[in-house]
Design a protein around this ligand. Structure first.
Ligand code: KG4
Length: 338
C-alpha cells in the first residue's frame, strides 16, 4: 500500500511516499529555519503562510521523486494534531482536497505517534510492545506502546518540554535558533561538571518530569554572571545544562522500565538527535541488557516519512476520517478525535 503523507505541524513543509509503513519511496522537506532565525524562534503566522506557498511544490516533488503520480497512491495521511493550528490546517486542508478529488482514504496522524513511527523505518524488525521516551520541542513523555495504535502514558512533563528548556537556555545564552541543535554542537567540548543544577523531582510521581525549575536556574546563572560582569564559558554551561536535562530523562525512564518490566526502549522526537542523550540511553540499555532503538538522525526532526509510517498502521486499525476532519493544537497521544 502506497501512502502519500503530509506534515506541516510547525516550520517544515514535508511530503513523502511510504510503502507498507516501512519503505520510504521519497521524502521532501522544505525547511523554514532560515526565515525564523532572525526572530529567534518560529513565528506561527509566517509558518502558516510559507506552508500554504510551498505545499503544492513539496507534494509534487515527493510524487515525482518516487516516480509516481496520484494514480499510484492508495491513501493520504496527514498530521492533524498537536502543533501550530494555522500550520496544521494547511496540511489538513490540502490532504482533504486530495482525498476528495481522488476519492482516496484520509488518515489523520497524531504528531507524536509519527515521531515514534520514525523508528519503524529505521528498524525493520521493531514491533510493539515497547517503552518509548518521546522528547520533542513541545512534549516530553514516557509511553508504553502496547500496539501500533494503543498508547499508555506512564509519565509526562508537568510544565516545559525538554526541547523547550534547551531552546530557552540556548536563547538566553545568545545562541541562534534552532537552539537545542546549536547548543548540542557548542557543548561538545564542554565540562559537564562545571555548573551545578537542581535535580527535578515531582512529588509522588516518579515518572513525571519538570523542566521549568532547571530552565529558571540556567537563566539565573546567566543573568547573575552578566550582572557581575563575569564571563560564562558557553561550552561548560551548555554541557552542564544538557547533562542535567538528560540525567532527568534517563532517571525516570530507567525507573519506569524496571517497574513495568520492559526490556525494549525506543527514543523519539527532535531531541532524540542530541548526542549526549543518545550516548546516555545507550549506556543505560547496556547496563540492563535492554534492546535500544534510536531513530536515524535524518528522521529525528519533523518529516513526512514518519507520518506515512504511522499512517499505514492507523489505516490497518480503521482510523480513517471523512472531510469533517479538523486540526487540533493540543491532543494527547492516546486520544483519537476526528
Ligand atoms: O520533534 P521536533 O522536531 O518538533 C516538535 O515536534 O516539537 O523537536 C524540535 C526540538 C527543538 O526543541 C530542538 O531544539 C530540539 O528538538 N533539537 C535538539 C537537537 N536537535 C533538535 N535538542 C537537543 N540536541 C539536538 N541535537
Amino acid at each position: 500500500m502506497k501512502i502519500l503523507a503530509i506534515e506541516s505541524s510547525c516550520d517544515e513543509t514535508a511530503a513523502s511516499v511510504v510503502e507498507d509503513g516501512r519503505k520510504v519511496l521519497s521524502g521532501v522537506i522544505a525547511s523554514q529555519v532560515s526565515e525564523h532565525i532572525k526572530f529567534g524562534g518560529v513565528v506561527p503566522e509566517i509558518a502558516s503562510r510559507r506552508h500554504a506557498e510551498n505545499i503544492s511544490a513539496v507534494v509534487n516533488k515527493a510524487l515525482s521523486d518516487a516516480e509516481l503520480t496520484l494514480d499510484d497512491i492508495d491513501a493520504i495521511a496527514v498530521t492533524y494534531a498537536p502543533g501550530l493550528i494555522g500550520a496544521l490546517l494547511v496540511g489538513v486542508n490540502y490532504a482533504k482536497a486530495l482525498s476528495f478529488g481522488r476519492n482516496l482514504p484520509l488518515i489523520p496522524v497524531h504528531h507524536l505517534r509519527s515521531h515514534i513511527a520514525a523508528n519503524y523505518i529505521t528498524h525493520p524488525d521493531l514491533e510493539p510492545p515497547f517503552f518509548c521516551l518521546v522528547v520533542s520541542g513541545g512534549n516530553t513523555l514516557i509511553a508504553e506502546v502496547k500496539s501500533y495504535t494503543e498508547f499508555n502514558i506512564i509519565g509526562r512533563t508537568r510544565d516545559d518540554a525538554a526541547g523547550e528548556a534547551l531552546d530557552k537556555a540556548a536563547r538566553t545564552m545568545g545562541i541562534p535558533y534552532p537552539g537545542g541543535l546549536n547548543l548540542d554542537r557548542i557543548a561538545k567540548d564542554g565540562d559537564c561538571t562545571a555548573f551545578k543544577f537542581p535535580k527535578p523531582k515531582v512529588e509522588n510521581c516518579p515518572y513525571d518530569f519538570s523542566f521549568s525549575g532547571l530552565k529558571t536556574s540556567v537563566i539565573n546563572t546567566i543573568h547573575n554572571a552578566s550582572q557581575k560582569g563575569t564571563p560564562v564559558n558557553e561550552a561548560d554551561l551548555g554541557a552542564s545544562f544538557i547533562k542535567a536535562v538528560v540525567t532527568s530523562l534517563c532517571t525516570n525512564t530507567e525507573k519506569a522500565m524496571v517497574d513495568y518490566g520492559y526490556n525494549k526502549l525506543v527514543l523519539a522526537g527532535g531531541v532524540s538527535a542530541n548526542s549526549v542523550l543518545r550516548k546516555e540511553v545507550e549506556e543505560l540499555c547496556k547496563k540492563h541488557n535492554w534492546k535500544l532503538y534510536l531513530p536515524e538522525l535524518s528522521l529525528c526532526g519533523d518529516n513526512a516519512s514518519m507520518v506515512g509510517a504511522q499512517g499505514y498502521y492507523e489505516y490497518l486499525a480503521g482510523n480513517t476520517a471523512g472531510l469533517e476532519l479538523n486540526a487540533y493544537a493540543g491532543m494527547e497521544i492516546d486520544n483519537i478525535r476526528k
